[in-house]
Design a protein around this ligand. Structure first.
Ligand SMILES: Cc1cc2nc3c(=O)[nH]c(=O)nc-3n(C[C@H](O)[C@H](O)[C@H](O)COP(=O)(O)OP(=O)(O)OC[C@H]3O[C@@H](n4cnc5c(N)ncnc54)[C@H](O)[C@@H]3O)c2cc1C
Length: 434
């Protein structure tokens, strides 16, 4: 059979893999349920009405316009058989590859919390962020028209999870509430962040925990640590200490597990429902199959834990798997993946960011320095999907430095990322899908 690599998923990992393979002259079929790549680090900006969804959703056809070796298919993969290296699509087609790169990412994990699946708003995809934005827009519109309607927690928000996602969305929402108070006189909705642990940004240092806590509480957020969510209802959440918070908006930043398609693909799912891979990113017992990014448990230097679910890990592992695959085609041995650690970082709001950088010893930076580190890493991630990272840099500094009026009533803000492009470049975002 002629070599044709199936790449399942067009996120940071899948796109990096497909680009590298195409550059090395290999034919690729990339399949994704969406016709666009989504940039998750900016989802909270969409959810809080600061960026339109189109600005962080780049169509795959545009990304691969200059790469005729990549055949892009927009379809849901309904079954994957990694032993046979086949993918079954929702239109009935069955694709067979000489190799498969599994880059299907992850999905929100509600840990079986009653009511969470039905009532909470996860924040994993562009569609998730757009659904949350529209929901908040409707509540805020009603409140602006009739301030009395804010009784019973109508515009209060509960954010579940004190990791980077929870902290970033909390920071953005308290700013949104404060802006609407200043500019429109709306009494701010309360934003409560709940986490079972005893610190925000658990994987960061104590200094970062305090920094994030201080920034969010000064901004007006209520932080409830050491307590989890036991039930989610349409009009309230119940916490593990028995208290109840009235709210119609529960944002779920509480964890994720491997994509659903991995459950029955062949390999027994490892920790977090992800595929365990060998150091060279291949899957034991499945010749010709690689797993990368959020879909994989990738061994790290610490034998007790895999590499984290981060954009840099996804992008680098996707590219590395492609290089190993090509080595194999040339009869050369595969090389163990070497991760170039870019550090960990989180935006806590306008003018507030924290980063821990350095490989051997972590150094913590805050404020503009942390933001600069965040910008450098994220521009690099975006460079895989956009040629105009300068537009991102301009937008980001403008966002960090200046305050803009929130535009909850319109579908887009004037402070967009000036990516350029034409109508053809527009993604098809459907909030009914994942
Ligand atoms: C809210 C949020 C904020 C984040 N912020 C940061 C950050 O600031 N910095 C950082 O480094 N990392 C951040 N991350 C993590 C980072 O975004 C991920 O690690 C990275 O994007 C994972 O890339 P991936 O390609 O493995 O998966 P994904 O980007 O999830 O891509 C998987 C793709 O597979 C497709 N897919 C899945 N199943 C199917 C199927 N059955 N059929 C067809 N297509 C399918 C999906 O549509 C998707 O396009 C954040 C993550 C989230 C959720």
């Amino acid at each position: 059979m002629a070599e044709r690599v199936l790449v399942l998923g067009g996120g940071l990992a899948g796109v990096a893999s497909a680009r590298e393979l195409a550059a090395q002259g290999v034919d690729v079929t990339l399949v994704d349920r969406n016709d666009y790549h989504q940039f998750q680090p900016l989802l909270y900006q969409v959810a809080s009405s600061q960026l339109p969804a189109e600005d962080i959703a780049r169509p795959h056809r545009t990304i691969f316009r200059e790469h005729p070796k990549v055949d892009v298919n927009t379809a849901d993969v309904v079954a994957a058989d990694l032993a046979a290296r086949t993918l079954t699509l929702d239109d009935g087609r069955v694709l067979t590859g000489s190799h498969v790169v599994v880059a299907a990412g992850a999905q929100p994990n509600f840990f079986g919390t009653p009511g969470a699946q039905e009532h909470a708003f996860p924040l994993y995809s562009v569609a998730d962020a757009e659904r949350l934005r529209l929901h908040l827009r409707d509540l805020l519109r009603t409140a602006l028209a009739d301030p009395a309607s804010t009784a019973d927690g109508a515009i209060d928000v509960v954010v579940v999870g004190g990791g980077p996602t929870g902290v970033e969305v909390t920071g953005a929402l308290v700013e949104l509430m404060a802006q609407l108070h200043r500019t429109r006189g709306l009494e701010p909705g309360r934003v409560t962040l709940v986490d079972r642990g005893n610190a925000l940004l658990g994987q960061f240092s104590d200094q970062a925990h305090h920094y994030a806590h201080g920034k969010l509480t000064t901004g007006g957020a209520d932080i409830r640590l050491g307590v989890g969510v036991s039930e989610v209802h349409a009009d309230r959440v119940v916490l593990t200490d028995g208290t109840s918070i009235p709210t119609r908006t529960v944002v779920w930043g509480g964890g994720e597990s491997g994509a659903a398609i991995l459950e029955h693909a062949g390999p027994t799912p490892g920790r977090g429902g992800r595929i365990d891979v060998r150091p060279d990113l291949t899957v034991d017992g499945y010749p010709g199959v690689y797993a990368v990014g959020d879909a994989a448990n990738i061994p790290s230097d610490d034998p007790t834990r895999a590499l984290p679910q981060l954009g840099s890990v996804a992008q680098q592992s996707g590219r590395w798997a492609a290089q190993n695959l090509v080595r194999g085609l040339h009869g050369e041995p595969a090389q163990p993946f070497v991760y170039r650690d870019k550090g960990i970082m989180a935006m806590i709001g306008r003018n507030a960011a924290v980063a821990e950088v350095g490989t051997r010893h972590r150094h913590q930076v805050e404020g503009p320095f942390a933001f600069a580190a965040w910008l450098g890493v994220h521009a690099l991630l975006l460079s895989g999907v956009h040629s105009r990272t300068d537009a991102f840099l301009t937008w980001a500094w403008e966002y960090f430095d200046h305050e803009h009026v929130a535009h909850v009533e319109e579908s887009s803000t004037p402070h967009r990322i000036a990516w350029g492009g034409d109508e053809e470049d527009r993604p098809h975002i459907d909030t009914e899908r994942r």
